[in-house]
Design a binder for this molecule. Structure first.
Ligand SMILES: C[S@@+](CC[C@H](N)C(=O)[O-])C[C@H]1O[C@@H](n2cnc3c(N)ncnc32)[C@H](O)[C@@H]1O
Ligand SMILES: [Zn+2]
Length: 283
């Protein structure tokens, strides 16, 4: 049965280009998207478009991680991060812009930014189909598509007003290509103090590598110049289910079993949230 194109995807069609021939636009065709050379991309019943075809995603969050992330973000524990991001975005662009969220996960941050920009539309990209099911429902103006950040983006040149990258892998050259000259890249990443209480108590949890920050600067420097940074740091109380979800949604989940966490008070009842959010201007 033909699927109707989700309204948010209609809103973002002008941003897209065919990921295979990379030159042609995509047009709706019987519930799918198609370029004039005939390359066709299915729109899932759950509302996201599958642009990443012919490959198997090698990374991306699985169903358990996405469910944990959805539940944890719904507690509001990261709301101050979302607010900082929305402030930086609103300071950077007009209300009617295009916002692209790379590694969008469940679309939590994209939705927060779109709330702040009443005339804007958004597109979330992620390899995780499970995450995109949530992202496609996250906001009335947010579309969602499967994509691998390490491949040339399925986006035309200079179409985005804001590119978001929140705790997600990065592709500086592609960020630069798809941004308008007056656009902004906004990157959120953890500092060394982020969730320190969790990392010191839970065996096998991944630490924040101190070399990451200089590495980020080196990678972005040829393409971007930092214009504003917000440091977001606060303590947050954690009920046990939220603490379990916080472990379950991070890459640590791949190394820690639920049994490891036991009932013996290993999980902290309070953690420090500590991130940096930086807005960059294209060079
Ligand atoms: C730590 S999560 C952050 C998700 C979201 N930005 C948030 O903060 O809630 C990292 C996200 O990047 C996605 N991801 C991992 N590798 C990717 C890749 N190569 N291309 C696109 N997305 C990727 C994962 O599926 C996951 O949704
Ligand atoms: Zn094509």
């Amino acid at each position: 049965m033909p699927v109707l194109l989700p309204p948010a995807l209609e809103l973002s069609l002008d941003l897209l280009r065919c990921p295979i021939c990379r030159t042609r636009r995509l047009h709706p065709d019987r519930g799918a998207l198609r370029c004039s050379a005939g390359h066709t991309f299915d729109v899932a019943r759950r509302g996201y478009v599958s642009l990443l075809t012919g490959t198997r995603a090698t990374s991306g969050d699985d169903a358990a991680m996405v469910q944990a992330r959805d539940r944890f973000l719904a507690t509001g524990a990261y709301a101050p991060i979302r607010e900082a991001l929305a402030r930086l975005a609103a300071d950077s662009v007009s209300e009617r812009g295009a916002v692209v969220d790379v590694g969008c996960g469940t679309g939590y941050y994209l939705a927060g930014v779109l709330d702040r920009l009443p005339g804007a539309r958004g597109l979330g990209l992620d390899t995780s189909v499970r995450a995109l099911r949530s992202a496609a429902r996250a906001h009335a103006r947010a579309a969602a598509a499967t994509w691998d950040v390490f491949r040339p983006f399925p986006l035309a040149d200079a179409v985005a007003d804001v590119v978001l990258d929140v705790f997600a892998p990065r592709n500086p050259a592609e960020f630069h290509r798809v941004l308008r000259p007056a656009g902004r890249l906004i990157v959120v990443r953890p500092t060394g103090r982020h969730l320190a209480e969790l990392r010191s108590r839970v065996p096998g949890t991944v630490t924040v590598d101190p070399a990451k920050e200089p590495r980020l600067h080196r990678a972005l420097d040829p393409y971007f110049e930092a214009v504003a940074t917000e440091q977001v740091e606060y303590p947050v109380a954690l009920a046990r289910p939220a603490a379990l979800d916080l472990v379950g949604m991070t890459p640590s989940a791949r190394h820690v079993s639920r049994a490891d966490l036991g009932d013996d008070g290993l999980l902290p009842d309070r953690v420090t949230v500590a991130v940096l959010a930086t807005a960059y201007r294209p060079r």
